[in-house]
Every structure is written in structure tokens, then in C-alpha cells.
Design a protein around this ligand. Structure first.
Ligand code: ATP
Ligand code: MG
Ligand code: MG
Ligand code: MG
Length: 439
């Protein structure tokens, strides 16, 4: 992509409304624009990151056996009356009416709708397990939308729903999502800690929030330091092996970790002072087993091996991709801007032409751009006539992992400079060597 043809509305000043660094940097880097309270447009740079994040989520959902669907944002109130949640949900639900005076709502979540899909088609235990997910916009009329996309009213969510014959099956489904989440967040460079969360009237221990530790987090959390060094399951994890998956979950649920609501002071005080980590955290994902909460009132059942009808046992599994992006920035930035982990960076590198119009600089840049693009790299080529200082500031602000700096003096010697955004290290090398290294 040539920067001269791109839409990157960088802000020079710090926007006054932004209270936390991720919000500030997302606005300054031209990733998002606020359209109304808690509502954001994603501009080209932001959209690229959102797509990369969703892609990782998708790959890990698919690996764990979930199937992607797409449900509408606008739902009929009828379904929610069946589950009893239409009245129970409260003011976070945006309620609407169509021209025929039918009650509608903008979905804050999709348990009812996916249960309706299930009950319309699935009849036998032989068709289980089943896990359906989608990545779709949600609306929640939050009392206090704030911190940009961290807590917005309209936000993207990946929500998966599992259906099983019985509790044992549902637990295995829960475990698969648990392990899938560990892999998902790690691939984004994040250390997410699964913490016991409230199960409400459902009871049991199958509810975990995945928390990123960050000073700006809205939750108070407590966990054992062991979490910081637990090995994350690799790509060769066998999701078809319940024992293997169960073993990973066991390892990741044995050390103490709880959110504020679930915190047990007596257990906590039994843990050595140096082993304890009490911190603020950001909830980036939440998995939850709720059994027959929806299948029973909505009549979602299958015939079991015993020939009898069984209401299916369900769970739901959410991740907030838009919030995740803010959490990634909270974790990776410095005074000059964002520092993207390579897996979610909007481009792999910035190619900075220090002197556009100079025949040699132009030639080297064009060749480099063509070669790296052909090698499958996303290159943002700064071919604008902005002065060098401004170009460096922009590249630092938008946080691409590498900068390739092409100036007349280097080019005369057949060299370019490459800079690693994270370490700040600069290295001058032959043009071909740079292309080799970054290609
Ligand atoms: P919170 O406690 O922050 O209000 P929640 O518990 O209400 O979140 P869930 O219903 O568990 O959220 O939704 C699943 C995921 O969706 C959350 O873990 C989070 O990543 C994301 N999410 C929820 N609410 C928002 C929001 N207002 N803005 C952005 N992402 C959100
Ligand atoms: Mg909430
Ligand atoms: Mg929560
Ligand atoms: Mg939650």
C-alpha cells in the first residue's frame, strides 16, 4: 500500500476525551472514529487489525471443531419471551419496533437465536457434539461507555454455542473452548489468565473469564504467579482427545485465579506472599456452561441412545475482538506509539522513502516494495513528501514491527537502514540483505 493513496488520518494532538493510552493511540493513529457515545467507525488501519484478530480467532475456533455461521443483529422479541429474558434483560438491551408494531431488539448476545436454529434441525444425539459460532456486532446500552472500543455500546463479539447430550459432553465442549482460548490469546502475543468467574444460579465451576493484566483494567483480580510461566498448548494439540484437553484444563485451573466476585480471602491468604499477584485486569473472553437454561424453556431436545428425549446441555463462549485490540495496545506501546505484535500488525513493515523524487531512492523503494509484496508481505510504502521527522513519527505511532529507511546516502552505498520498532535497534545493511531478512 502506498501511503500517498491510503487513508490514514493521523492526529497531531492528544484527543482530550481519551482517558487511557489505547483509546488515545487508536484515535491518534487514525484507526477508529467515534460516531456517537460508544459507537465507532473502523478506519482502514483499524479495520486491518480487526481482520487479523478475527482471523486468529476463527482459525482457533475451527481447530477446536466449532463451525462458523452468521446470525442477524436484529432479533425478534418473541424468542426472548420464550426464554424469559425479554423482561429480565433490563436497560442494556436496545429495544425497537418495526412498521408492523412488532417488538424487535438489537442482539446483545445470541443464545435464544442459536437455540432456535438448533431445535429446528437437530433431532438425535448422533448429530452431537455441535458448536456453532459467529463473529457479529452486538449492542449493549452500557450505562457508562468509556475507554473507546474497550467498553463501547456497539462492539464486535465472537460468540460460540455448544450443544451436547449430557453434562459430560458439555464439559468436554467447555474444555475444548478453554484450550482454544489459551491458543488464541497467545497467538496475539497476550498472556491471558483464565479466572474462576461467577456462575450465578447455574452453579458449578464451569465459568472462566480470560483476563489480561493491565493497570487500566476495570476488574480487580487475584492469581498465582505460576500462571505467568505455564506452557501454552501448541498447534499440534489434539482436540479430538478429551483426556489430553482435560489435562491441559486441569493444569490451567489448578493454581489460584479468581475475579473479585469469586475471590476467597481464606484461600488467598494461604498462598505465599511472593506467589500472589493481585492486579487490575481486562476481561477479553468469557466461557460459561449453563446446561438446560435455554434448551428447556425453548424445547431444544434430542433423542438419546436410550430412546428418550433429552434437553441438550449448552454452553456459550465469548471473545470481544474490538476490546482485544485496545487490550493489545495497553500491553504493547511506548511514548512514541503502538508496538504491534507481528501476528496482528496492520502491515508488516513501513518502507520510508527519505527523498521521494530522487531517482535512486525511488528506484530502490519501488524494487523493494515489489519484491517484498511478491513475497507475501504487507508493506506500507511512505512515498509522501512529508519531511523525514514526520515520517518517522508516523511510523512509530502506527507501530509496524519494522521500518526500512531508504535515503540518498545509503542508496549511493547500496545500503538501507532497518529499524525494529519494539527494540529500537537499527542496522544498516545491503539492500539485498534487508530484503532477504524481511522477506
Ligand atoms: P463486562 O464485564 O466487561 O461488562 P461482560 O461480562 O458483560 O463484559 P460477556 O457477556 O461475557 O461480557 O461478553 C463476552 C465478551 O464480549 C467479553 O468478555 C468482552 O471481551 C466483550 N465485551 C462485552 N461487553 C463489551 C463492550 N461493552 N465493549 C466491548 N467489548 C465487550
Ligand atoms: Mg457487561
Ligand atoms: Mg464481565
Ligand atoms: Mg463476561
Amino acid at each position: 500500500m502506498r501511503l500517498s493513496r491510503y487513508f490514514l488520518p493521523i492526529l497531531k494532538e492528544n484527543p482530550r476525551e481519551a482517558e487511557i493510552v489505547s483509546h488515545r493511540l487508536m484515535l491518534r493513529a487514525g484507526m477508529v472514529r467515534q460516531q456517537a457515545a460508544g459507537s465507532f467507525s473502523w478506519l482502514p488501519l483499524g479495520k486491518r487489525v480487526l481482520d487479523k484478530v478475527c482471523r486468529i480467532i476463527r482459525e482457533e475456533q475451527d481447530r477446536a471443531g466449532a463451525l462458523e455461521i452468521m446470525m442477524p443483529t436484529i432479533q425478534s422479541a418473541e424468542l426472548w419471551r420464550e426464554s424469559g429474558r425479554y423482561d429480565a434483560y433490563g436497560p442494556e438491551m436496545l429495544r425497537l419496533r418495526d412498521r408492523h408494531e412488532r417488538d424487535m431488539l438489537y442482539g446483545p448476545t445470541n443464545e435464544e437465536m442459536v437455540t432456535d436454529i438448533f431445535r429446528s434441525y437437530v433431532r438425535s444425539y448422533k448429530d452431537l457434539p455441535l458448536n456453532l459460532y459467529h463473529i457479529q456486532w452486538k449492542f449493549r446500552d452500557e450505562v457508562r461507555p468509556r475507554f473507546g472500543v474497550m467498553r463501547s455500546r456497539e462492539f464486535l463479539m465472537k460468540d460460540a454455542y455448544s450443544f451436547d447430550l449430557d453434562f459430560e459432553g458439555a464439559k468436554a465442549a467447555y474444555n475444548r473452548m478453554f484450550v482454544s482460548y489459551l491458543r488464541t490469546f497467545t497467538r496475539m502475543g497476550l498472556q491471558a489468565i483464565p479466572m474462576r468467574a461467577d456462575t450465578g444460579p447455574i452453579g458449578g465451576d464451569l465459568s472462566h473469564e480470560f483476563i489480561i493484566l493491565a493497570e487500566t483494567g476495570e476488574s480487580q483480580v487475584y492469581c498465582h504467579r505460576d500462571f505467568l510461566s505455564l506452557p501454552v498448548p501448541g498447534a499440534d494439540t489434539n482436540f479430538g482427545d478429551d483426556a489430553e484437553i482435560g489435562g491441559i484444563v486441569k493444569a490451567w485451573t489448578t493454581p489460584y485465579a479468581a475475579t473479585d466476585e469469586m475471590h476467597e480471602e481464606d484461600v488467598w491468604s494461604g498462598i505465599g506472599e511472593n506467589e500472589r499477584l493481585s492486579a487490575r485486569g481486562i476481561e477479553v473472553g468469557h466461557i460459561f456452561h449453563f446446561g438446560q437454561k435455554y434448551s428447556k424453556p425453548m424445547g431444544a431436545s434430542v433423542t438419546g441412545p436410550d430412546g428418550k428425549e433429552h434437553f441438550v446441555s449448552m454452553g456459550s463462549y465469548g471473545i470481544g475482538p474490538s476490546r482485544l485490540i485496545a487490550a493489545i495496545i495497553e500491553a504493547f506501546h511506548d511514548d512514541n506509539g503502538i508496538i504491534w505484535p507481528e501476528s496482528v500488525a496492520p502491515f508488516d513493515m513501513a518502507l520510508i522513502n527519505m527523498k521521494p523524487g530522487d531517482a535512486e531512492c525511488d528506484r530502490v523503494c519501488e524494487e523493494f516494495y515489489a519484491q517484498l509484496s511478491a513475497a507475501g508481505k504487507d508493506v506500507l510504502y511512505d512515498d509522501t513528501d512529508q519531511r523525514a521527522g514526520g515520517k518517522f513519527a508516523t511510523a512509530d505511532l502506527i507501530g509496524l514491527p519494522w521500518q526500512v529507511i531508504v535515503g540518498p546516502r545509503g542508496v549511493a552505498a547500496g545500503e538501507v537502514e532497518i529499524k525494529n520498532r519494539r527494540t529500537g535497534e537499527r542496522e544498516t545493511m545491503a539492500i539485498a540483505a534487508a530484503a532477504q531478512k524481511l522477506g
